[in-house]
Design a protein. Structure first.
Length: 214
């Protein structure tokens, strides 16, 4: 199935079959997709917490309002996507060092220039006061990759913003890790009576959202 077909067919699942579980192979491949997601200046300002056990669900359900509880209770796995609220020079340099070890830089001066520019971008957003918004935007890129990668495997998903973010941060002790929860994605297989499955997909028309620049 090509990406356009996936885009036409994917939808947000409302009810999951609690007896169907995602295989270890598939969940590990989905997590590899989010690890490989693109981000501005390759800053990778995120961390992902994965749960599937009953104890993990009970822990995170304390941050989920009643209307979204079934999504977490019955899904196979859930992923809490978190963005960084602060990054030190040491953390930024560690990215450059990893890139260097992976063979991205033919010359040391190119490596050093990229390292400097990444720090300039990070500090610019800190000075503008929008660092956390900037990193959250990058984390949404990872979320989109996760949703469509799951759909490519026939795995259903639900992106959830209907949650208590402060409570989630408390449960996972995120503040002490310079992290902030951005959303939760539930993953699994739809129930036979899922209320959203048979609804036709609806989006605004092409010419309402796309224009050519002459």
């Amino acid at each position: 199935m090509d990406f356009l077909d996936i885009s036409k067919q994917r939808y947000t699942t409302k009810h999951y079959n609690p007896t169907r579980k995602i295989s270890d192979k598939d969940i590990n491949e989905l997590l590899e997709v989010v690890r490989l997601a693109p981000s501005a200046v390759n800053i990778q300002p995120w961390h992902f917490y994965v749960g599937s056990s009953q104890s993990a669900k009970e822990k995170i359900l304390k941050a989920i309002p009643d209307f979204n509880i079934p999504r977490i209770q019955d899904c196979s796995h859930f992923v809490v996507l978190c963005s960084k609220t602060k990054m030190t020079d040491q953390e930024l340099s560690a990215i450059t060092q990893k890139e260097d070890a992976d063979g991205r830089y033919p010359k040391a001066e190119i490596r050093d220039a990229v390292d400097s520019h990444r720090k300039i971008f990070a500090r610019m957003h800190e000075d503008q006061g929008d660092f956390t918004q900037w990193t959250a935007k990058q984390t949404y890129i990872a979320m989109t990759a996760l949703l469509y990668a799951a759909a490519s495997k026939g795995i259903d998903s639900t992106p959830i913003e209907g949650m208590d973010f402060d409570k989630t941060d408390e449960i996972l002790n995120l503040k002490n890790k310079n992290l902030k929860s951005v959303m939760i994605v539930a993953l699994g297989y739809r129930a036979e009576n899922d209320s959203n499955a048979d609804r036709p997909k609806s989006r605004l028309n092409y010419d309402e959202v796309i224009s050519s620049i002459d």
